[in-house]
Design a protein around this ligand. Structure first.
Ligand code: HEM
Ligand SMILES: *[C@@H]1O[C@H](CO)[C@@H](O)[C@H](O)[C@H]1NC(C)=O
Length: 323
């Protein structure tokens, strides 16, 4: 018996050490949990939701803005609220963001409500993840349980934003590649593009597609193209709804528009131009519930994108600057 005990005791200790080491490694790659704030800050989710509800009631565009902010945060070094940092060289100045991303003051209001409920508890990255979910559901879209426990970066990278965010002139292969680079499938990409069921784009982003000089073979509904040319006039700052069917409702109108060749951006119409995503676009156009379910799942997957191991992180007090 004594011999057995001397053998088993060290092996148990060894097993324990091995499992602790694994937990540490897993912890470093951020295991998010829907229960993260259950004890730390039970008032967090209602606080964020009412701040977002106020903003969306005043302007539905605020909901679209929050949803896009979350995408532009997660695609650049993970969901770490880096997009919210002010300052030279930050992501706010990147090509896809400058003069285009909006809604920062709504995140500030949601974060202020979170700080009032539980000072220092909730990261800006988690507040943004919750705000994006609430925006979607307040505009009539699906809801989902948000996995939480993200931390905030202390620095932002304009170069990473320029490199990671797909542009409106992208073709299907480069859209698929941009999402694949983040571990997201072509199906996730198509579902997530359904975010363009709300919000607006500036003429500068679609003029080439709608204009008299559109590329030969550009798949665009001629009536729609003429409407867009009229709406834009000479002003590159004028805007048009991304979903021509139901501009402010989070529904499957975007996909119905694509089937009629009324996608606003070239990159939108690429999802329905005789390629690999046509069947899925038709399915979402027919079946709003299928779109809603896939969108919610894909948002959770996008929300899992984590900063690289070793990135310095903290819970920022002010979303616009490091502590
Ligand atoms: C698939 C590749 C994508 C491309 C090429 C793309 C490109 C764009 C462009 C060019 C605009 C208009 C910006 C402007 O004119 O100022 C826009 C707006 C928008 N995008 Fe995307 N986007 C993509 C994917 C996504 C995803 C995955 C989401 C969210 C999950 C999203 C959410 C939005 C929203 C909500 C707006 C409207 C913003 C507002 O009204 O302020 N986009 N996008
Ligand atoms: C063009 O758009 C109109 C609605 O504006 C639609 O009725 C028509 O079917 C579309 N044409 C094509 C070829 O999809």
């Amino acid at each position: 018996m004594a011999a057995a005990a001397t053998v088993t005791a060290p092996s148990r200790a060894l097993l324990l050490m091995v499992s602790l080491a694994l937990l540490t490694a897993a912890g470093a790659t951020a295991a998010l949990s829907t229960k993260y704030y259950n004890k730390r800050c039970p008032a967090l989710q209602p606080a964020v939701r009412s701040a977002v509800a106020r903003a969306v009631a005043a302007d539905p565009g605020a909901g679209a803005a929050l949803l896009r902010l979350f995408f532009h945060d997660c695609f650049v070094n993970g969901c770490d609220a880096s997009v919210l940092l002010d300052g030279d060289g930050g992501e706010k100045g990147a090509g896809p963001n400058a003069g285009s991303l909006r809604g920062y003051e709504v995140v500030d209001a949601a974060k202020a409500a979170a700080e009032a409920a539980c000072p220092g508890a909730a990261s800006c990255a988690d507040v943004l993840a919750l705000a994006a979910r609430d925006a979607v559901s307040l505009l009539g879209g699906p809801s989902w349980s948000v996995r939480l426990g993200r931390l905030d970066a202390r620095a932002a990278s304009r170069d990473a934003a320029d490199a990671s965010l797909p542009g409106p002139g992208s073709g299907l292969p480069s859209l698929v590649a941009a999402f694949r680079a983040k571990g997201l499938s072509a199906r996730d990409m198509t579902a997530l593009s359904g975010a363009h069921t709300v919000g607006r784009a500036r003429c500068a982003t679609f003029r080439a597609r709608a204009g008299a000089g559109a590329a030969p073979g550009e798949a665009i509904n001629a009536t729609f193209a003429a409407q867009l040319r009229g709406a834009c006039g000479a002003d590159g700052a004028a805007v048009a709804p991304l979903d021509a069917v139901t501009p402010d409702a989070f529904d499957n109108g975007y996909f119905r528009a694509l089937v009629e060749r009324r996608g606003l951006l070239h990159s939108d119409q690429e999802l329905f131009s005789g390629g690999s995503q046509d069947a899925l676009v038709r399915r979402y156009a027919r079946d709003g519930a299928a779109f809603a379910a896939d969108f919610a799942r894909a948002m959770v997957r996008m929300g899992n994108l984590a900063p690289a191991p070793g990135t310095p992180l903290e819970v920022r007090v002010n979303c616009r600057r490091p502590n």
